[in-house]
Design a binder for this molecule. Structure first.
Ligand SMILES: Nc1nc2c(c(=O)[nH]1)N[C@@H](CN(C=O)c1ccc(C(=O)N[C@@H](CCC(=O)O)C(=O)O)cc1)CN2
Ligand SMILES: [Mg+2]
Length: 293
């Protein structure tokens, strides 16, 4: 069994980005600039956004964090997004998800200038991804593809089973895995809450990607011997033995599943860290106008 080391891979990607930024600056260019909007005080979201800002500093990007109370109105949020759309000093913009219930997330994503949508959630970028036009790929699926690529894991003709159909992970990764790219060219099955006999599907997977947010739901008897297992779940579960009172749990019962796998991602230290590095990569591509002219 080989552990897919997301932390190490993420550090390598960030070093590559930092070197490119240093080169841009040395040639008199300006640093890529990411703006991040956070609404509310959810512990996980605050950690992720703070880590994004710190990662920007590490690779030499500019960053701007805009933090609103949970009560911010949709109008106020949309007005800020429109202001950033017009701000030529900002290359990339993200709105941390999830948003409070009173805000329509689809409206928020649609108002964003798709050329600055470095999360790849705007319908224009999603559409471009589906038909193979230049687009920003959502950071987590992009990170999964990068891991498969860097570990040279064969995907062509393999059966890839994706559990979860969210717009952030399950849906885009299933599209990317089915396309005629490397990694890709897989036969893809998408499973979700209405799938009958989930285990009968997961057991057929050469590559199993799980992104549902249900701690430890994938047990050893649901995984084929020799499978590649990618665990996207990062749920905080109460744990009195930890100083902070919780620990992270993936969707996969790692302790019992790992010995059956050819490759597996740990939680933490698997897909999560790559999410941040691929966001940086998209921001660099935005600054270089590599995706949309
Ligand atoms: N606007 C967005 N919102 C959300 C996205 C996104 O890509 N864009 N993805 C997730 C959350 N997310 C980034 O935003 C994210 C999740 C997990 C990690 C990560 O590094 N996890 C670590 C553990 C970190 C911890 O201790 O909590 C790991 O798995 O090792 C980074 C980013 C939903 N929202
Ligand atoms: Mg909502």
């Amino acid at each position: 069994m080989i552990l897919l080391d997301g932390k190490k891979t993420s550090e390598a990607i960030q070093s590559e980005i930092a070197a490119e930024v240093a080169q841009i600056k040395a040639e008199g260019g300006k640093a890529p600039h990411l703006a991040a909007i956070l609404v509310g005080n959810d512990g996980g979201s605050m950690t992720y956004v703070n880590n994004k800002v710190l990662a920007c500093e590490r690779v030499g990007f500019e960053s701007t964090l805009i933090h609103y109370d949970t009560e911010v109105t949709e109008e106020e949020l949309l007005a800020k997004i429109k202001e950033i759309n017009q701000d030529d000093t900002v290359d990339g913009l993200i709105v941390q998800l999830p948003l409070p219930k009173h805000i329509n997330a689809n409206r928020v994503l649609e108002v964003m200038d798709y050329k600055k949508d470095v999360d790849g959630f705007h319908p224009v970028n999603v559409g471009h991804m589906v038909v193979g036009l230049p687009s920003y790929l959502p950071a987590t699926p992009y990170g999964i593809m990068e891991l498969l690529d860097r570990y040279k894991i064969e995907t062509k003709g393999k059966h890839c089973v994706v559990v979860g159909r969210s717009n952030i992970v399950g849906l885009p990764v299933s599209i990317l895995m089915s396309k005629c790219t490397f990694p890709g060219d897989a036969t893809v099955t998408i499973c979700h809450r209405h799938t009958v006999d989930l285990a009968s599907h997961t057991r057929q997977a050469d590559i199993l990607i799980v992104a549902v947010g249900q701690p430890l739901m994938i047990k050893a008897d649901m995984v084929k011997e020799g499978a590649v297992v990618i665990d996207v779940g990062t749920t905080r579960v109460p744990d009195a033995t930890r100083e902070r009172g919780w620990r992270l749990r993936g969707d996969v019962d790692f302790d019992n599943v790992a010995s059956k796998c050819s490759y597996i991602t740990p939680v933490p230290g698997g897909v999560g860290p790559l999410t941040i590095s691929m966001l940086l990569k998209n921001t660099l591509r935005a600054a270089k106008k590599e995706v949309h002219a």
